[in-house]
Each structure stands twice: as C-alpha cells, then as structure tokens.
Design a protein around this ligand. Structure first.
Ligand code: PPE
Length: 333
C-alpha cells in the first residue's frame, strides 16, 4: 500500500543517498516517543525551472521547533538550505513536496531524548492537492471534531513536532469515518483552532479573519502568505477568535497549508457555507498560484530557484549571485 512514487534520492545525515537506502533503526528513539520536528515545503515549476516556496521561513520554523524541544540540529541552516536545493535538482522533479525532519535516533531508550543522537533527513515526493483537486475547485465538507486541539500547556502547537500529529490523526480519522473530507478542531476554550494539517480562514462581509496564534495553532506559512494577499487585495483583515456558530454564518471559509494550498470549505456539519460562490477565496487562490509558479513580480522574493540564475546580457561577465539567487535581485528586462 505505497502511494508514493519512488524518486531517486533522499538526503540523510549529510549526504544524498539512494531512495531505498534511506533506512533507520527500529529502535530510533523518535519513532517510540514522537520526538521529532519537521517541515513541509513545496517546490513548483516556473518559467525558470523549479522554485522552492518560502524556503527561508520554513527553515526558521524548523529551527524554532527544534529549540522548543531542546534539540540541537547537527547541521546548520546553510547546509539544510543547500540540501533542499540539491535534493530537488538530484531528483529532477520540478513539482514536489519536501520534508525536512530531525529526530532522536538510535542510541538510548527511555524518555530523555538527549541521550540519543539527532538524525536529520530531507525527503521529497510528488504530492497532489492534499484535499483533492476537486476540493480545491468545489470545496470540501468539514466537521467539527470531538477532539480538542492540543494546548500549549501540554504540547505546544507552534512547534511542528511529530507528536502533535497524533491529535491531528484522531481528528482526521473521525472526520473521514463520518463521511467528511476534513476536521476542524476547537481549542480547549471551545474556539475554532485549525484543521489537522491546515489553518482556517473565515470571510464575512468582505472582512477576512483567522484565529490568532494564541488560539493554539501552528503559525502557518501559507496563513502568513494569505494575510499578505488579503492586504494586497485591499481587504480588511482581522486576527480574531471565532466560535463554531461563526463558522456556520460565514460567507466563505477555507483551509490553507503547504499541502492543502487554499481549499474552500463548502459545508460544515451539513450546513452549506455562504452561497457556495467563493469570490474572495478565488481571488486569493489566483494570487497564490501566480506566486508559486513565478508569475508574480510582487512575490518573487519568496522563491528560491533550484537552477543557477542565468546571467542577463547587461551583466554578462559578472559572476552570478548564486544558484539560489532570487528573482527580485535580477535586473529587469
Ligand atoms: N496547521 C497544522 C496543524 C499543520 O500541520 C499545517 C501544515 C498548517 C497548519 C499549515 O502550515 P503551513 O504549511 O506552514 O502553511 N501541515 C503540513 C503537513 C501535512 C501532512 O499531512 O503531512 C503541510 O501542509 O505541509
């Protein structure tokens, strides 16, 4: 039951290894106790080849997650940044999902993770729309989970730790077994938090809102991207808590995340949301697609190109800014 097509390489502990050789021991500490932090990043095809979206922000969050867990990642940021770029190039697949992960490896059992070595990998695979291409077009059917979202007093949701996803998995399985596409989790105060792997946005009378970080959510990078789009569309934005009823009364609702993209929610617990037309969500989706695929000068600084930046005729003879140079630094024309 393997749904992933094998690619060529995986980066493991400092080098690119063959896909089938990326193995770890069954007594890897993180497997037993969930002590691992990870990221999910996408690269997309653009007119200048594959580009990784908001790589630096994902790396920031990766190291912040590790810090929460007192995990000392044995590779520095520049090395992991280059590992992501090298991996995309080595696999020769322009559109994929990248998964950097650091975890306590094979060493010692028992609850103190500091006694085991930290291993680091970056894998990538081809991943279509998380909630289905149809979901992106027509919207998905969501249900409010009976599971509360984890609380920062027990399991900090802002650190992207594998253990958090046991909570997400419970909500996801409950939703799917009930015939829904996705769950929406409330926090322990009963306010809307997020989906199992997505942030949630609400649109009401042209005001776009999303729960604040303090509501017990992962601070999504797509969430941050959408907040910028909302401003660029000239719409009003609010970071505010909202209740279950406010989901039902919304004009539009959507999930967003690296895996999910921007996916409209067409129904919550059997109640249709708005008119089902999604005019604002559609505008945000269009901006997102243009940004990801390098069609928007405005958001060019969010892309890290995998292939070296070609020299413009006006600066031929000068050295390139580097293989991951940014479009915004390129001379125009
Ligand atoms: N909340 C949660 C709980 C979450 O896992 C994600 C990402 C987000 C919000 C959105 O974050 P961002 O990707 O930075 O916009 N979930 C990742 C994992 C999905 C998976 O099943 O694996 C993702 O989208 O990559």
């Amino acid at each position: 039951m393997v749904g992933i097509r094998k690619l060529k390489k995986i980066w493991l502990d400092g080098r690119l290894v063959d896909w089938d050789s990326a193995q770890i021991h069954v007594l890897s500490h993180g497997l037993h106790y969930g002590y691992s932090v990870f990221e999910g990043i996408r690269c997309h095809d653009t007119p200048r080849g594959s580009a990784i979206f908001r790589l630096d922000e994902h790396l920031d969050r990766f190291y912040n997650s590790a810090k929460v867990y007192r995990m000392s990642v044995p590779f520095d940021r520049a090395t992991l940044r280059q590992a992501c770029i090298d991996l995309v190039r080595a696999n020769g697949v322009p559109e994929a999902y990248l998964r950097p992960i650091a975890f306590s490896g094979y060493g010692q059992m028992g609850l103190d993770p500091t006694q085991s070595p930290i291993q680091v990998a970056v894998a990538m695979w081809e991943w279509g729309a998380y909630l289905g291409a149809d979901g992106v077009d027509r919207g998905v059917r969501a249900t409010i989970s009976s599971w509360a979202r984890i609380d920062s007093r027990s399991l900090p949701p802002q650190a992207k730790c594998s253990a958090n996803y046991a909570n997400s998995g419970l909500a996801k399985m409950e939703a799917v077994s009930g015939g829904y596409d996705e769950a929406i989790l409330l926090n322990t105060q009963g306010m809307v938090a997020e989906g199992p792997g997505e942030n949630v946005f609400r649109v009401k009378k042209e005001v776009v809102s999303t729960p604040p970080a303090s509501s017990g959510i992962l601070r999504g990078i797509t969430r941050d991207t959408v907040i910028r789009f909302v401003a660029d569309e000239g719409l009003v934005f609010q970071r505010t808590d909202f209740t279950r009823e406010e989901l039902f009364s919304a004009d539009e609702l959507f999930f967003c995340g690296t895996a999910a993209g921007i996916t409209p929610i067409r129904e919550v617990d059997g109640r249709p949301i708005g008119t089902g037309a999604y005019p604002i969500t559609r505008r945000l989706q269009q901006r997102y697609e243009a940004a990801l695929h390098g069609r928007s000068e405005e958001y060019a600084s969010w892309l890290t190109y995998v292939e070296p930046v070609p020299l413009a005729p006006s600066i031929s003879g000068m050295r390139s800014a580097g293989r991951s140079g940014r479009a915004s630094r390129e001379p125009k024309g």
